[in-house]
Design a protein. Sequence first.
Length: 502
Amino acid sequence: MDFWQRYRAIDARDPRFDGQFFTAVRSTGIYCRPSCPARTPKAANVTFYETSAAAHEAGYRACKRCLPEAVPGTPAWNVRQDVAGRAMRLINDGVINRDGVAGLAARLGYSPRQLNRILGQELGAGPLSLARAARAQTARTLLVSTSMKLADVAFAAGFSSVRQFNETIAEVFAMTPTALRQTSRHPSRDGGTTALTLGLPYRPPFDPGIFSFLAVRAIPGIEEGTATSYARTLRLPHGDARFRVEYDGGTRERQLTLTVGAVDLRDLPALLSRVRRLFDLDADPEAIDSALAADPRLAASVGEAPGMRMPGALDPQELLVRAMVGQQVTVAAARTALTQLSAAGSHSSAPGEGLDRLFPTPAEIAAGSHLLRGPRRRIESLVQAAAAMAEGHLEFGYGDDLSGLRAKLLPLPGVGPWTVGYVAMRVLGAPDVFLANDAAVRNGIRALDNGGKANGDNTDGHSALSSDFRETSPWRSYATMHLWRAAARPALTTAAPGKGMP
């Protein structure tokens, strides 16, 4: 977007752009979200920034009226496969909190000095400033959503000291932490329990079908899902966690509700980031649906399910294992195989709500090959991939780009273009992957076609459309989700997604 497109967005107070850029006003010294209800500033006084960190660096403070930190993030970090996009995915996952700038730079293949220069040029702020902004955002969420002690909020958000926490909150929000907590419109909902309950904002509309997607793949003892809720255990850098996400479409604000039953506070930022990725909460559904609805093959599906989300991945290594197990079998068969394999996993140190196990680590999978069923070659391929991950020979994650992911995964026995594409969709959040050879995609095209008109008849003009849905680019991953949904509609719990859909 150029300057005037953004200026028109703030003049219209369009909430679709909240979180995608920030508006700094020189005459007031503050920055706002695009939908801020304040009077539209003169264009001569406005500067737009890609990130709130860049606005902080330029000396601006957050608006107390619109609270620009209290918005969904931008989908740009998944769309962009450059260094800046990859860095932001890792920063949001808490890499700097755990490994520092040197650790972030090493994962991206640059020196800290090079990384500082690149992010400064691309985003207007260096990695430390970007991480600091992420900590401030997490702290604000905890302050207004929970009754946690201020010191606990400070360390849960990733600050190294209470003093640093107080100084950052005062600098960013021009308020003390106590005053910021008092801006909450609702009382803290966690009361005196040990669980934390947080609201997860997103851009409407939101299609809850993602809960059904996760529910039919849930592994007993590790996951539990319904049409409106999802819970599971998860291994994080500092310990085990357990959480539940619930959706109530009848509530006024319609936020998803995240209840954290157990987590090491140092892992809380990473957990929040991964849950947001799992439910694709930073997506811009109106932009996506607009592009998809322009394709006559998808228009009806988009109308029936506006705001469809693309499921992410809580653990990249786990997702690869699930993809390999699920290749060329039905969802039900993949779930059965993964349930058998889950016996290799350890017991959770934070059990509850019927969830008492953790998904097996690569080392446990490599040692538990006797639990695997299926063709011998497939079992050998999975064991080799698990061993490579366990030994550190295969490392991939949120910081990879699509070409790098291909280079790492394609040499593995039993891994082909479908597996790489599926992993890219869910781990990287890559929005423009189309799994053309997937049987369920082909079945979905036929299901939406009502008899084959889109694939041959000239009566409706569909024959001129491409077979790889390039007309919907850069949102072909979401087109794939619509086609999968159409293919699964007759029997959701047993639908075969061709090569996996694990």
